[in-house]
Design a binder for this molecule. Structure first.
Ligand SMILES: [Zn+2]
Length: 115
């Protein structure tokens, strides 16, 4: 399944980025002061930000995968109605029907249609 492959790719990306960040942090002390600590830490925070975005996507995929396992996939988490197939094809990570999604986005003060 494409989602599981994506989840696997995200996991390895995240661990690579977090691993890099951890190596940068410990490596700067081990290798002494070469004056590039600012650059190294800047790189690390960029990696961490990217890892954070990957992690968010991974969580969404894992939610969907567990919903598939439970047989809940395709049902709105709010009202329990079936989510339109066209919507699931366009947004595989959608967990709400269109009406509930718009209501949730209004509640969060976001523009509708992002998911
Ligand atoms: Zn709903």
């Amino acid at each position: 399944m494409a989602l599981l492959e994506r989840a696997r790719a995200l996991r390895s990306e995240i661990s690579a980025k977090l691993g890099d960040a951890a190596t940068d942090a410990s490596g700067s002390g081990r290798q002494g002061d070469y004056g590039d600590q600012a650059f190294a830490s800047g790189e690390s925070s960029l990696d961490l930000a990217e890892a954070g975005r990957d992690l968010q996507e991974l969580r969404g995929i894992e939610t969907v995968v567990s919903a598939i396992d439970d047989g809940r996939y395709g049902s709105c988490v709010d009202c329990g109605d079936q989510i339109a197939l066209a919507r699931l094809q366009a947004q595989p990570l959608a967990m709400r029907c269109t009406a509930c999604q718009q209501r949730a986005e209004r509640a969060r003060g976001e523009r509708p249609g992002s998911l």
